[in-house]
Design a protein around this ligand. Structure first.
Ligand SMILES: *[C@@H]1O[C@H](CO)[C@@H](O)[C@H](O)[C@H]1NC(C)=O
Ligand SMILES: *[C@@H]1O[C@H](CO)[C@@H](O)[C@H](O)[C@H]1NC(C)=O
Ligand SMILES: *[C@@H]1O[C@H](CO)[C@@H](O)[C@H](O)[C@H]1NC(C)=O
Ligand SMILES: *[C@@H]1O[C@H](CO)[C@@H](O)[C@H](O)[C@H]1NC(C)=O
Ligand SMILES: *[C@@H]1O[C@H](CO)[C@@H](O)[C@H](O)[C@H]1NC(C)=O
Ligand SMILES: *[C@@H]1O[C@H](CO)[C@@H](O)[C@H](O)[C@H]1NC(C)=O
Ligand SMILES: *[C@@H]1O[C@H](CO)[C@@H](O)[C@H](O)[C@H]1NC(C)=O
Ligand SMILES: *[C@@H]1O[C@H](CO)[C@@H](O)[C@H](O)[C@H]1NC(C)=O
Ligand SMILES: *[C@@H]1O[C@H](CO)[C@@H](O)[C@H](O)[C@H]1NC(C)=O
Ligand SMILES: *[C@@H]1O[C@H](CO)[C@@H](O)[C@H](O)[C@H]1NC(C)=O
Ligand SMILES: *[C@@H]1O[C@H](CO)[C@@H](O)[C@H](O)[C@H]1NC(C)=O
Ligand SMILES: *[C@@H]1O[C@H](CO)[C@@H](O)[C@H](O)[C@H]1NC(C)=O
Length: 440
């Protein structure tokens, strides 16, 4: 029983570990209640001058442990002030009205005199960079969430924000359950980022030359009232991201060893790829119509290559004696804007099933292949090894991750219950026999 309990505990801890790794800060107001909450990750890439008239670039991460006691909460403006290291700080200014709040500016100040982070720096002064992220129009009593990376560039500092969860102007002392998700996290076709909002300026020491005052209600970027219809904007920022891409058509693909034999590899799926390019994200469907199929079947490795007119997808399956898996995936293609990309990962363990059976997953599934490439599959069934008579063998159906975590917990709990019943029955049994002796 203790072994199962430990197993369940281990699982619970494992889940916990996956959740939070960022810098988490809770700012309390004058009344001692939570008024500002932030959990986020920030990286800075800082370029500074070193002896010898050259520039050095260093990476600095916002530590998990920061000081936040200079943060303030007010009715219409709040400041998240995080200090760390030898005189570095990161300050976020929020403003709000009764309906919405936004981040007005972020100021990163770094002390070049800190020789651990800035070795051989020519200057020893404190530099400050002000930037404007596009965190606007967040409803009151709502958390802003953005898992995607948001890079804000300036001359000497590139700041990367990700895994962000923020709530300013917390009203009743606890973080809201309502979430406002950034557009980058939503699956949309061609998201054009609102680039004009990132206006960084570098200024030595503390003279924050306030960045260009953008319209405070630039949240819903409606297409401008262009009187001249000749200038059609090619990239209209989609603020209401409804997936405009239809679900991909399911394609059936097979590979034969030679002309006269039956198929040795079978695959059937609809495929969509999502590709990140700078801060743009684009999705494309693989159109099975007109897609050329090639590949090979081997004992230890089989390959399926699909070539459409927009992309080439290469799938490599491995036979690990008893099980097979999708071992490598490589996608090369061209986005609608003409950018050529090639992304691949040859260390995957997806779509696993016993050799001689097939792997099936009808639900829409998404897989992160690389930091830039995600694939979405629909009506998936594959069998890369041991195909008999040209048809799929028994399918191993994909299981939800949740249930695969739940099952050991349920089993553990059931066993614990069973043991308890046995112990109780034993105790009762002993009592009965004892009572029996007495009456004799
Ligand atoms: C170093 O960076 C500064 C601006 O931060 C720039 O003016 C200077 O030209 C750079 N020097 C070199 C050698 O790249
Ligand atoms: C941010 O807030 C602080 C404190 O309220 C203020 O002194 C500073 O001027 C603000 N900065 C910007 C850029 O608005
Ligand atoms: C900073 O540098 C100046 C000269 O560049 C020097 O006089 C001063 O002592 C330095 N300050 C510190 C704290 O190192
Ligand atoms: C910021 O990013 C740009 C584009 O990736 C790069 O050219 C530049 O060197 C970076 N600057 C710093 C300080 O890392
Ligand atoms: C920033 O400072 C420059 C000169 O230092 C000034 O010309 C400019 O108007 C300032 N910008 C803002 C937005 O205050
Ligand atoms: C923009 O905000 C101002 C006040 O900040 C408000 O008066 C105006 O109605 C807003 N415009 C839109 C289109 O929401
Ligand atoms: C946009 O154009 C329409 C008709 O062309 C007009 O009725 C409306 O007032 C315009 N809106 C603004 C904000 O200019
Ligand atoms: C396929 O079969 C045909 C006739 O049955 C035969 O002529 C041909 O050589 C075979 N091809 C292969 C690759 O075995
Ligand atoms: C495939 O494409 C061709 C030509 O583009 C078209 O004639 C045909 O109808 C398409 N087939 C399907 C199933 O969409
Ligand atoms: C899978 O690999 C094992 C051992 O390498 C081999 O015995 C078996 O025949 C392979 N299965 C297929 C279907 O190629
Ligand atoms: C993907 O395929 C392209 C073209 O064959 C190749 O250049 C690239 O190195 C491959 N990438 C990986 C990660 O295998
Ligand atoms: C990816 O799949 C997970 C569950 O497997 C789901 O929670 C998530 O929303 C999916 N992401 C996208 C962008 O579809």
């Amino acid at each position: 029983m203790s072994r199962y309990a430990a197993f369940v505990l281990f699982l619970a801890l494992g889940i916990e570990l996956h959740l939070s790794r960022g810098t988490e800060v809770s700012v309390l107001g004058k009344d001692g209640k939570l008024c500002l909450y932030a959990n986020l990750m920030v990286n800075f890439s800082v370029s500074y001058e070193v002896t010898g008239n050259t520039n050095e670039t260093v990476e600095i991460e916002l530590p998990v442990e920061v000081k936040s006691d200079e943060s303030t909460c007010d009715v219409t403006s709040s400041v998240l002030m995080l200090s760390f290291g030898e005189g570095h700080s990161w300050r976020v200014n929020f403003t709000g009205n009764d309906q919405m709040y936004q981040v007005d500016s972020i100021m990163f100040s770094y002390n070049l005199g800190d020789s651990t982070h800035f070795p051989n720096s020519l200057s020893n002064g404190t530099m400050s960079v002000s930037m404007t992220p596009h965190i606007t129009g967040v409803g009151m009593d709502t958390c802003y969430s953005c898992k995607s990376k948001d890079v804000i560039q300036s001359d000497s500092v590139n700041q990367t924000l990700w895994n962000v969860l923020i709530q300013a102007f917390v009203s009743n002392g606890s973080k809201s359950e309502k979430i406002s998700t950034c557009s980058a996290d939503l699956p949309v076709t061609t998201v054009a980022p609102p680039t004009p909002t990132t206006t960084p300026t570098t200024t030595p020491t503390t003279t924050p030359n306030t960045t260009t005052t953008e319209a405070p209600n630039s949240t819903t970027i409606a297409p401008h009232n262009t009187t001249t219809p000749t200038t059609i904007p090619t990239t209209i920022p989609t603020t209401t991201p409804t997936p405009t891409l239809p679900p991909p058509i399911t394609g059936k693909y097979s590979i034969k060893q030679d002309e006269n034999s039956t198929a040795c590899l079978l695959a059937s799926f609809g495929l969509r790829i999502g590709f990140k390019q700078g801060d743009k994200y684009q999705e494309m469907n693989l159109d099975p119509n007109g897609t050329q199929v090639s590949g090979s079947c081997g004992v230890n490795s089989s390959e399926l290559v699909l070539t459409s007119n927009t992309m080439t997808v290469m799938l490599t399956f491995a036979n690990d004696t008893k099980k097979f898996r999708l071992h490598a995936l490589n996608v090369t293609g061209k986005t609608s804007s003409g950018v050529v990309f090639s992304e691949g990962n040859n260390n995957l363990s997806l779509w696993q099933a016993a050799v001689g059976s097939s792997y099936m997953c009808n639900k829409e599934q998404n897989y992160t292949i690389t930091g830039l490439l995600t694939i979405y599959t629909y009506n998936l069934q594959v069998q890369p090894f041991g195909v008999k008579k040209g048809v799929f063998s028994t399918a191993h159906e994909c299981s939800l991750d949740d249930t695969s975590i739940l099952i050991p917990i349920i089993v553990g709990a059931a066993l614990a219950g069973l043991i308890l019943i046995v112990v109780i029955a034993y105790v009762i049994g002993r009592r009965k026999t004892y009572v029996g002796y007495q009456t004799l």
